[in-house]
Design a protein around this ligand. Sequence first.
Ligand SMILES: *Cc1c(COP(=O)(O)O)cnc(C)c1O
Length: 349
Amino acid sequence: MSDNEFIDLRSDTVTKPSPAMREAMASAEVGDDVFGEDPTVNQLQERVAELLGKEAALFVPSGVMANQLAVKTQTQPGDEIIVEEGSHIFNYETAAPAMISNVQIRTLQGQRGVLTAEQIGSAVRSKDYHQPRTSLVCLENTHNRAGGTIYPLEEIQRIRDFSKSRGINMHLDGARIWNAWIASGTHPKDIARYFDTVSVCFSKGLGAPVGSAVAGTKETVEKARKFRKVLGGGMRQVGVLAAAALYALDNNIQRLAEDHDKAQLFAQKVGSVRGFTIDLPSVQTNIVIIDIANTGRTTTDILSLLRSKKVLLTEMTSSKIRAVMHLDVTKEQVTTAAQTIVTSFSHVA
Ligand SMILES: *Cc1c(COP(=O)(O)O)cnc(C)c1O
């Protein structure tokens, strides 16, 4: 829980390492990871590769770096990559694909973040020499901006069949693949098998202070290691951070179900307030997106009023706000937050 009794639902990144996690960090065996000699980092990388059914994995400082290494290792300058228009790669990575990989982004609008094989099929470029080459399709599971939605496995399979037939690689932004696993029952390995590369985060719902990984073939991961160095991401005795990630994998995956329950509870309560519109079918994991267009108020208004009552949410778009459940808020606090919204806004509109 945050300081001063704020109920902080801005993001699942706000969690702080627990005493037990800190203990695991303090006792981690370390070495120089740039020399490949940090035993804890090596253990984490093997563990992630195994979890995702990939040959290898690389520990990196952030999810952005994991995604960008996947783009960089699988494209050439001047290529085009296909992403969903609400994707993290397109919206929240500061145009890194343009800056780092010199690729052009083609966005397609999905349904709750989900693209179909047909949509992708019609966006892929022909071999006509005026056109860029489509070299990578990136999907996101769960999909943040769509409200934590889960990608149906059958659609992933269809997209894979199509992409494979056209020689196009696939990357999964699996920052919240853990939530998809717990909510759907599909093991990450059974999702990852349709992708050439997969990125995962330890610092979202899993509660580690920092860290992500990107997994793929040995060859791709070796290329990624080189570019990680280029980006300044070569780290030394970083086993202290890898230990937090290992602790998170051991202890904080199954409990994500509680976050999903809290999201349901919150969505049911808040969705009953006039003007607070929630697309309930999109509440599939730990994120709740609230459309406040019909309240006649601005997001800034609503967020600052809630802040004055010690409840923190964040803005998604000019008419949408977001609440994210995580391991540092209890069910009681979530109930209190929802009740605060009910009592603050039930009289309006
Ligand atoms: C948080 C997140 C990332 C990683 O972002 P960082 O700011 O590097 O932690 C990547 N993809 C998605 C979908 C995310 O939600």
